[in-house]
Design a protein around this ligand. Structure first.
Ligand SMILES: Cc1ncc(COP(=O)(O)O)c(C=O)c1O
Length: 401
């Protein structure tokens, strides 16, 4: 099928939930993808941070192929070696103790909310501790619980009534958090860098204050690292920048290198909130997804991609800073290879289109911010190439304005 045919068929039969770019992709390798007509693109969307080790990394492909020929799925009625090994690996990486596997970021958040509430009630015997505090402008997912935790009204509209017991505080505001965390709060959930909200990093002292306040007042701290986790920001976990250890971490996106998998990792203490029968997933932690994730983690470690993300991220931010000055934009911001370019005025969708026409894929989070999430294997030359294209696009965009 060609692009026009694929687009038409999707538009005829797919639910209208996405505003897609008019591009049908058929192949990927490293930081490049190809469309149905064979055109090549430099991919700085990176599957929205899923292509951590690049597209179709040979080691991930080999692991998936081998596992597919051996056992694709069983269920959580039985044990499998890939799940056991991945659980240990994630516990070691996060400095936490126990892992629940699921299939997406939303499900990881949902599991974290359920664990926090049940821990308060069933383990601590604190019936009043039900509230989950989240930040305004946050994004935690689309199921009703994760949606209720998402502090942006535009995502709520039309889906009310949402589950109760969620309160919102301004992000990066220690005083507001201190006022909100009382004896009715089961957990505070925060992204260490708000992703969908426009790539807005938390101040390290804000995360430290969140850690102290929750500990002092008997609530759990959940770090939603679905987008930031596993090397993306130049650390294994973005919250390491603040030197804190949360009670619960949610992971997904980069974990499977594109194969759907999510994980909710908790301290041994918090994990007591779940006992058999309290939470489950048919597909969660299936051997195929776990083998992919084990291969992804091996690649990140052996190819030193956490360090690479820090270095290439600094390079990218430095080059974007030059564009900020040149085109009088608001700012470039981010951490590692999670970078936002705030134009300071609406126009991000136009720049996305101009970039695509010149062979670069980026996306817009909101009308004025471009988001760049290159695979962690991106080279210095590819960063320069991407920024060169962006430079050209901004010049065209500005002269058209
Ligand atoms: C911080 C964060 N949490 C949760 C989610 C939801 O993840 P998923 O789309 O895999 O359900 C996202 C997705 O963008 C995210 O960025």
């Amino acid at each position: 099928m060609n692009t026009a045919e694929i687009v038409a068929l999707t538009e005829d039969y797919g639910m209208k939930t996405y505003n897609r770019q008019p591009l049908a992709l058929v192949r990927g390798a490293g930081c490049r993808v190809w469309d149905a007509e064979g055109r090549c693109f430099l991919d700085f969307v990176g599957g929205i941070a899923t292509a951590a080790v690049g597209h179709c990394h040979p080691r991930v492909v080999a692991a998936v192929q081998e596992q597919a020929g051996q056992l694709i799925h069983t269920s959580n009625l039985f044990y499998t070696e890939p799940q056991a090994r991945l659980a240990r690996r994630l516990a070691e990486l996060t400095g936490l103790d126990r892992v629940f596997f699921c299939n997406s970021g939303t499900e990881a958040v949902e599991a974290a909310i359920k664990l926090a509430r049940r821990f308060a009630v069933a383990v601590r015997g604190e019936d009043r501790r039900r509230t989950i505090i989240a930040a305004l402008n946050s994004f935690h997912g689309r199921t009703l619980g994760a949606l209720a935790a998402t502090g942006q009204e535009k995502y709520h509209r039309g889906f009310e009534p949402l589950p109760g017991g969620f309160d919102y505080v301004p992000y990066n505001d220690v005083e507001a958090l201190a006022r909100a965390v009382d004896e009715t709060v089961a957990a505070v959930i925060l992204e260490p860098v708000q992703g969908e909200g426009g790539v807005i990093p938390a101040a390290p002292d804000y995360l430290q204050a969140a850690r102290e306040l929750t500990r002092e007042r008997g609530a759990l701290l959940i770090m939603d690292e679905v987008q930031t986790g596993l090397g993306r920001t130049g650390r294994w976990l973005a919250c390491e920048r603040a030197g804190i250890r949360p009670d619960i971490v949610t992971l997904a996106k980069g974990l499977g290198g594109g194969v759907p998998i999510g994980a909710m990792v908790a301290t041994a203490e918090a994990a007591q909130g779940f006992v058999p029968g309290t939470h489950a997933s048919t597909f969660g932690g299936n051997p195929l997804a776990c083998r992919a994730a084990l291969a992804v983690l091996d690649v990140i470690e052996q190819e030193h991609l956490v360090e690479a993300a820090a270095e290439r991220g600094a390079q990218l931010l430095g080059l974007l800073d030059e564009l900020v000055v040149k085109y009088h934009l608001r700012e470039a911001r981010g951490a590692g290879l999670m970078v936002g370019l705030d134009l300071g005025r609406p126009g991000a969708p136009d720049v996305v289109r101009l970039a695509r026409e010149r062979g670069l894929l980026v996306n817009a989070t909101g009308p004025q911010t471009l988001r760049l999430l290159p695979p962690l294997v991106v080279t210095a030359d590819e960063i320069e190439e991407g920024v060169r294209i962006l430079d050209e696009c901004l010049s065209v965009w500005q002269s058209a304005a």
